[in-house]
Design a protein around this ligand. Sequence first.
Ligand code: GLN
Length: 268
Amino acid sequence: MNKLNLIQEIEKKLLGVSETPFLDAKFFVEGCEQKGVLISENLIDDFIERRKKKEPVSKIIESRGFWALDFYVTKDVLDPRPDSETLIEAVLEQFPDKQRDLSILDIGTGSGCLLVSLLYEYKNAVGTGVDISLKALEVAKKNALPYKASFYEKDFYSSDFQKGLARYDIIISNPPYIKTDEVLQLEDNVRLYDPLLALDGGKDGLEAYRRLAVVIKLILKENGFIFFEIGKGQAQDVISIMQSSGFEFLKSYKDLGQIERVLVFRLH
Ligand code: GLN
């Protein structure tokens, strides 16, 4: 059976299971091809069963495209979202010289998709990724293999967070920003398959920003830039938190859905 026929056969089995049966089938077949996995009836049945339980295709094939690259993903990392590509666009606009030897720190790096995409764009940059999850760091390390990057297990709530870290030109973060109460209402594909650690932003969803506004000062260079991903409707609150901590607000960027998604700050 040729590839298209196989995709169409799987697509039929996904009718009523997924809203995007053709794409799911295509990603599945191509994901298996890339990994060199032979597609058996059993494997297809397993795929359909997992899709019935709303497991994202990316988590099943362990791969997700983000910006310009394919990333290895597991259940231990937040699935890279197209909305987060806004952060890459924001950095590129603020730092148009791609030859710069920037130092970039990613706090809560997860799969490393943000950091690695920036290292892909800025060939002379050096990256550091930190995360509280060792399992996430293993994923990020794998994704960052061809780049100049180092990774450390760190909790930004701990009092020695800055220990061993340098001062960076750019700090980026997509911290957990969903209100605790709202995590349970998220769609199954997120609630059941993305790590809670990467989603739960505390009572009002802003806990991480409050903490980061304090600790970032210790590890940002003079005139360094911060790029934060934020949740829907959080811009004013996050701007206030950062301004009270002495940061200058520079710009906000909207995602494809016209939601304010990324905020840029500077520290003088
Ligand atoms: N954007 C994610 C979602 O919609 C949340 C990511 C985060 O909390 N940083 O579920």
